[in-house]
Design a protein around this ligand. Structure first.
Ligand SMILES: Cc1cc2nc3c(=O)[nH]c(=O)nc-3n(C[C@H](O)[C@H](O)[C@H](O)COP(=O)(O)O)c2cc1C
Length: 244
């Protein structure tokens, strides 16, 4: 029986970017479903879950999506492609869901959270301060002065301007993508993350609004030997890890 650590090692080592999949091997629908369910448990900023996942399964649409992914061989041979989308524009909807959730259990709201606020206060007041990007120029100006003032003597969060909003959503969506890919490996299948794609066309196909951003498309299937581009290359530990 393998330990958790050994199992995790195996999954991490076996997850590779496969540029080709075996089109004769069927991918059970449940593998992607289970992996997306796991991805939904990924850590994400303020638990706002500003993400969406589009499963491309129909043959016709898969072909179109492969074209949008610049006809990469991994996209052309995939059994399914999942498009990971960052949705910073959905912040109000998520905020409302949180407020509703907290109101259902008012006693738990006593716990202090970030910025010394109750959970309700956090979602009602602090979240809009960060996510509301109306009149962005003036808001950013105000925020810059406020951040400068607050951070003179003590640490204060710096990256709270309107340009940081989509980055926050992208970071969390990428973590979901990683959970998804590791899960696909754990289920005995393979994946290819792709940012080499036409995001404008992808957004049009998925009928997404302007502020939605494509995080990456992930092709899934059974990888072939030829789909691997040689041995894995990584920089040495000491070159990128610094201990203070
Ligand atoms: C965000 C992201 C985008 C990527 N886009 C592509 C892509 O468009 N096409 C491709 O062939 N590989 C793509 N890759 C795969 C990387 O090239 C690959 O992960 C890297 O070379 C390391 O190889 P490994 O995953 O097998 O360890 C992407 C990876 C990430 C994380």
């Amino acid at each position: 029986m393998n330990t958790n650590s050994e199992c995790f090692d195996q999954i991490v080592n076996n997850r590779r970017a496969y540029r080709q999949f075996d089109t004769n091997v069927e991918l059970p629908e449940s593998v992607v479903k289970k992996s997306l369910e796991r991805a939904l448990k990924s850590p994400n900023s303020s638990n706002m879950q500003l993400w969406e996942f589009y499963r491309i399964r129909s043959k016709d649409i898969l072909e179109e999506v492969a074209g949008i992914c610049l006809n990469q061989s991994g996209a052309k041979t995939a059994a399914e492609i999942v498009v990971f989308v960052a949705r910073p524009d959905l912040w109000k909807k998520r905020q409302e869901a949180h407020i509703k959730r907290v109101m259902q259990h008012p006693q738990k709201n006593e716990k202090k959270k970030l910025f010394n606020s109750s959970e309700l206060g956090y979602y009602q007041q602090i979240i809009p301060m960060f996510y509301d990007d109306s009149f962005a120029f003036f808001r950013d100006l105000y925020k810059k002065i406020y951040v400068w003032y607050k951070s003179r003597k003590t640490p204060f969060m710096q990256d709270i301007l309107s340009k940081h909003i989509p980055i926050v959503a992208q970071k969390s969506t990428a973590l979901a993508a990683q959970t998804f890919m590791l899960s696909i490996t754990a289920e005995g299948f393979d994946s290819l993350p792709m940012e080499g794609l036409d995001s404008k066309r992808m957004k049009k196909l998925l009928k997404l609004p302007k502020k939605a951003e494509i995080n990456m498309a992930i092709a899934v299937g059974k990888g072939t030997k030829e789909g691997l581009r040689g041995k894995r290359y990584r920089l040495d530990y000491d070159e990128v890890v610094f201990t203070l």
